[in-house]
Design a protein around this ligand. Structure first.
Ligand code: 2PG
Ligand code: MG
Length: 405
């Protein structure tokens, strides 16, 4: 689903991303049902929007894309954008931002930086090495094992480091007889291993093998929503399927923190599992506790999290918020409260690279766009390399993560 926005003679296009492991609080990606694309078509939502909403957008001040954003949210003010879906407004507001950048002869990240009144900073990458869960047909329980080149002094050095970690992980998987020719949804490696911990050991050993111990660390996206059913977490432990309650589940993965260089854990409890989030509070001083489905890039949900001090970081996905302005507002709220911010792509990502400009212009500090493989991922790394060579902004050499190392 793409939007084309004209501001005067300046045209920009943006495509809405989609996710495989979506939470229930995020803006909807409204599918049509029926036969077309097995029900996944979005044609009807587009037609409804074009008929009912588009005429009122024509003529809005093209140089104020925030006004457009506000107009769209007024038309559908539900948090999940249930009337027209979030994919339409997110694509329109991003295309408007990109058209405005063209009109004002600026780079997209400069427009964001000017709006937020902040100095642009190139983000520290969080890079997928091994996938499971909804991104790899449940090869292991948890969704992503990622590497962060915490001590890299430049983005390009960090990218090369994580590439080496992925290559070393691939070699050791191959040496155990696994097929490493296929990649998961986000370009990560995958294999049906005996346990999550076995996969973490592979990545941890790969970091040591390539001589990056203490210089690169591990992040996990547990994506706990996917494991949660009837108040229990269904996981595999010692070869058996077990059902753990919230406290035991958090204790289960917390035990890995003593053994492996893990400094960030995302969605370590399901989105509405209050006991699970409460159980993570004790870890906030130790590692980055990152909320994805829990906050769904919504300011109102983040405010609740802030008041409970249950985490210290938020994932920012524009399509969860439904409009660019809403996503930036949530990011700003997190930063003002000294939470870390990680701008993130989706598993159903597009070939565009504006996410990098969003992360850089907002000085988010961190970015997560999948692995070093698949061209929708490398589009983002290539944009970051371009900004590096342009010397557009200094690199965030992991300041916000240092306290967890
Ligand atoms: C996540 C994202 C990106 P998805 O859970 O953080 O990795 O996945 O787009 O499937 O929600
Ligand atoms: Mg996630």
């Amino acid at each position: 689903m793409a939007a084309r926005v004209h501001i005067g003679s300046h045209l920009a296009i943006a495509i809405a991303p989609a996710g495989a492991s979506t939470g229930s609080h995020e803006a909807l990606f409204l599918r049509d049902g029926g036969d077309s694309y097995d029900g996944k078509s979005v044609q009807q939502a587009i037609e409804r929007f074009a008929r009912e909403v588009s005429p009122s957008l024509i003529g809005l001040a093209g140089n104020d894309f925030y006004e457009l954003d506000r107009a769209l949210r007024t038309i559908d003010s539900s948090a999940t954008q249930s009337r027209y879906g979030g994919h339409i407004p997110v694509a329109i507001t991003i295309a408007a931002w990109l058209a405005y950048a063209k009109q004002s002869n600026s780079q997209p990240f400069e427009v964001i930086a000017a709006h937020l009144n902040c100095a642009p900073v190139l983000p520290m990458p969080m890079v997928n090495i091994f996938s499971g869960g909804a991104h790899a047909a449940s090869a292991i329980d948890i969704q992503d094992i990622l590497a962060i080149p915490t001590r890299a002094s430049s983005f390009s050095e960090g990218l090369e480091w994580v590439w080496r970690i992925r290559e070393a992980t691939k070699k050791s998987l191959a040496s155990k007889g696994f097929d490493t020719s296929l990649v998961a949804d986000e370009g990560g490696l995958t294999a049906r291993l005996g346990s999550d911990e076995e996969a973490i050991v592979l990545v941890s050993d790969a970091i040591s093998e390539v001589g990056l111990s203490g210089k690169a660390h591990i992040a996990l996206d547990i994506a706990a929503n996917q494991l949660f059913s009837d108040g229990k977490y269904l996981i595999h432990k010692n070869g058996n399927e077990v059902a753990l309650d919230s406290e035991d589940f958090v204790a289960h993965w917390s035990a890995w923190l003593d053994k492996y260089p893990i400094i960030s854990v995302e969605d370590g409890a399901a989105e509405d599992d209050e006991s699970g989030w409460l159980a993570q509070r004790a870890l906030v001083a130790r590692i980055q506790i990152l909320g994805d489905d829990r906050y769904a890039t919504q300011s109102s949900r983040l405010e609740v999290g802030l008041s409970k001090s249950e985490a210290n970081a938020i994932l920012i996905k524009p399509n969860q918020a439904g409009t660019l302005f809403a996503a930036i507002s949530t990011l700003g709220l997190a930063k003002r409260n000294n939470w870390n911010t990680v701008v993130s792509a989706r598993s159903g990502e597009t070939e565009e690279s504006w996410l990098v400009d969003l992360a850089t212009g907002s000085a988010a500090g961190q970015i997560k766009v999948g692995s070093t493989h698949r061209s929708e991922r490398t589009a983002k790394w290539n944009r970051l390399l371009e900004l590096t060579y342009d010397e557009a902004a200094p690199f965030n050499s992991g300041q916000s993560l240092r306290k967890f190392i």
